[in-house]
Write a protein that binds this ligand. Sequence first.
Ligand code: PGA
Length: 251
Amino acid sequence: MKRQHIVAGNWKMNKTFEEGRNIAQAIADGLPESDTIAILATPYIHLSAVSTVVQQKLNLKLAAQNCHQAKSGAFTGEISVDMLSSVGVEYVILGHSERREFFGENEELLAQKVDIALGNDLKPIYCCGEGLAIREAGNHLSHVANQITGGLFHLSPEDFSTVVVAYEPIWAIGTGVTASPEQAQEMHAFIRQLISDKYGEEISDATTILYGGSVKPANAKELFSQKDVDGGLVGGASLKADDFLAIIDSF
Ligand code: PGA
């Protein structure tokens, strides 16, 4: 199994319907066919329209930014994995730090979301990362280890093999401060070792680990050249087609 290079754009709560369709089309038009997979993680209202756009390129895929842990039911305002699959979604971001911070998501809940996503053939992009105080106290490695263990390590080796991990230090998200390539590499190597200890070297080697936090065209090349950094989860810079394409081009 070969490790995949992935650049995922997380639009968060941005873009009207028309703006979304336009930027998705601009990305599809400018995306060269390559081994690098580009993923658009759009708000729910865009998924159906962007789904027809991503079909224009083999290496362009669609993601949701969240899903509910139940199959269906009385959960006003939520979205189910069946709904996401029905419009061609292939990936789902789970455990983004904004979901953890503003919506109280913890590992116990995330493990349920991971399970229902995998049960519906959606590939989780599972986020982890520490805040500034935790890093300054020197506890970032154990913090991330707990997030990975609690949300993912109940999975069978086969299920784990479809998970993408995204390391996003909270102090680097939307702040313009990027982790240095060395800081990213240190954490990514640590995560890969954790995975190796649990699932063995073959699965660990094949796991895609993305870096997120102020990735932009100017720093993507250096970050992606680190041995254990397999791509990026990009927020702000994914909202402009040219910037997003330039980041993809960094491989
Ligand atoms: P940013 O966001 O690129 O704007 O820092 C990254 C993310 O939160 O996924």
